[in-house]
Design a protein around this ligand. Sequence first.
Ligand code: NAI
Length: 306
Amino acid sequence: MTEIRFENRVAIVTGAGHGLGRSHAMALAARGAKVVVNDLGGSVDGTGSGSAAEDVVAEIVAAGGEAMAHRANVTSESDVADMVDQAKSKWGRIDILVNNAGILRDKSFAKMSIEDFRAVVDVHLMGSAICTKAVWETMREAQFGRIVMTSSSSGIYGNFGQANYGAAKMGVAGFMNVLHLEGAKYGIKVNALAPVAATRMTEDLMPPAALEMLTPESVTAGLVYLVSDDAPSRTILCAGAGGYAATKVYETEGIYLPPEEQTPEHVAANFAAITATDGQKEFQQGGEQGIKFLGKAAAHLGVSLG
Ligand code: NAI
């Protein structure tokens, strides 16, 4: 087994002052990367600020690693631009971006204010977009980049009380899908992580025995592979308590209804066949759906698509 190393690689890990981000930053530094530890140092709901980033940098340096702290708020384009400028002037490059910063403002949708919806989408989705935009050109020019979004089972499958968070966490998966396609010819690989770990975000949600197994380090093992030279691309890697899996999106083969049957009643009458999973496929890009449907229609109508 070849050891995964990051000598000469520069990584930015957002929200690295606590929890998973801290663990990712420490592991990357321990494996030779120069790491920007980003964190505004706030509380779980995103309010306040503090020295969390500097504290993690001190831990990395004490362990013999190289790191710099930056308190950028990932929702601020100017903060993030300053962070990227400082990293580039110190180390000359950016190879890896781990979009990990996150907050929670849980409430049932009936009780959730739009302000709390927007705040959560801003940090997870817009924060990921702002940080990615700030490094994208650098990575394209270098013909190398590794980017990870942090998704969540809450977005992929849903979780009561997390409408804002779920929307943002599925949003970053869609963002990954497109960046995977646009980055491929520039050597940029884009993946997502769907973690479960004991952090301050989850410490009140699970019993102590579960929290003990849910180490951030077990999740970080997956993250480190996703940003390595031999990383896959467009994978949603799920990780927790030493379990590793991948989430995939499939589309059923579906059916074709001729023009006179393209009615809601025929859709209802055929719903079992429409949703039957035999022959389902994982598409590589959105256009494949249209090609499938047009193929069925053209075959039925005897039309040549050229
Ligand atoms: P955490 O609260 O320990 O760490 C999140 C960090 O992000 C904090 O240090 C916080 O200060 C920082 N942060 C928040 N807003 C920021 C902003 N605007 N700019 C810069 N930094 C900011 O939480 P945890 O659990 O380590 O979460 C890390 C990521 O993993 C988050 O995206 C979270 O949604 C995701 N996640 C965690 C799960 C878990 O089981 N812990 C489950 C699924 C997803």
